[in-house]
Design a protein around this ligand. Structure first.
Ligand code: HEC
Length: 251
């Protein structure tokens, strides 16, 4: 028994650094809801938003439509009907609709490929990015973002979310210039098609899709992991039964 306690303690110590990292503090405006990148329904809803609202400007070349369909367990037909633009091919990657040169001319910066953006930015950053677009008359595109200051990307989800204005820390305490005031929240000034709650869920789904896209092996890994553990458990039972059998006569 003593041994068992020692072993459990050792295991906990070995696992501890991971938990410590996961619990690190953050300076984001909004708390990210739980993102489960193995939730197939959420991935599918997120993929739909992604195809409809993002692929006009961004590509996700390393992500093939077929791969998404296979991982989600949906047929080629359903995939084509619900999650692909008519011009796209099932075996191709998610390519972009506009030419890079045009994009550069229009936005000043080419919209980056988003295949592995979740690994570069992290889920909290992405969730907050889509929660913090706001109206800003002083910006050339009329929009700004509290997570990505002076961003060149338009607020493509405004139809769904509506428009927000920032809430500043005590305005009187800060200087006149807008740029330096600290943003502490967002206020909806024009409603969109979705309620705030529905919009948060949509962003959560979109981020879930992006996290999945950055690590598509994750889904498989979870499935394999389950069987590996199941095997080890059965194996343990057999070894234990054998041990008892062998030692029976010696005791
Ligand atoms: C109208 C074109 C356009 C559309 C549509 C669009 N974006 Fe963008 N996006 C851009 C541009 C341009 C940038 C570069 C912004 C910059 O660097 O200032 C960008 C930047 C980004 C970034 C930040 C990349 C970085 O530097 O880390 C993310 C994340 C992103 N877009 C995600 C999305 C998602 C998800 C969608 C769909 C919901 C979307 N974008 C739709 C044009 C677009």
């Amino acid at each position: 028994m003593n041994k068992l306690i020692k072993k459990t303690a050792l295991l906990l110590i070995l696992l501890a650094p991971g938990y410590a990292l996961a619990a690190g503090g953050s300076s984001f405006l909004f708390k990210t809801p739980n993102i489960d990148e193995t939730d197939k329904a959420a991935i599918q809803r997120g993929a739909r938003v992604f195809v409809n609202y993002c692929l006009t400007c961004h590509s996700a070349e390393y992500m093939r439509y077929k791969r998404v369909a296979d991982d989600l367990g949906i047929s080629e037909e359903i995939m084509k009907k619900n999650l692909m633009n008519p011009a796209d091919k099932f075996h191709d990657g998610m390519t972009v609709a506009i030419e890079e040169d045009d994009a550069k001319r229009w936005f000043g910066v080419p919209p980056p490929d988003l295949s592995v953006i979740s690994r570069a930015r992290g889920r909290d950053w992405l969730y907050n990015y889509f929660m913090t677009f706001y109206k800003d008359e002083s910006s050339p595109i009329g929009v700004n973002n509290a997570t990505f200051k002076d961003v060149a990307m338009p607020n493509v989800l405004w139809e769904l979310q509506g428009w927000q204005e920032p809430v500043y820390a005590d305005a009187a305490e800060h200087g006149e210039s807008d740029g330096d005031k600290q943003i502490v929240g967002m206020k909806l000034v024009e409603t969109g098609k979705l309620t705030p709650k529905e919009y948060q869920q949509t962003v959560r789904d979109l981020v879930t899709y992006m996290v999945y896209m950055g690590e598509p092996a994750e889904l498989k890994r979870h499935e394999i992991g389950f069987w590996v553990l199941a095997f080890l458990f059965v194996f343990l039972m057999i070894s234990y039964a054998l041990k008892r059998e062998y030692w029976k006569d010696i005791h």
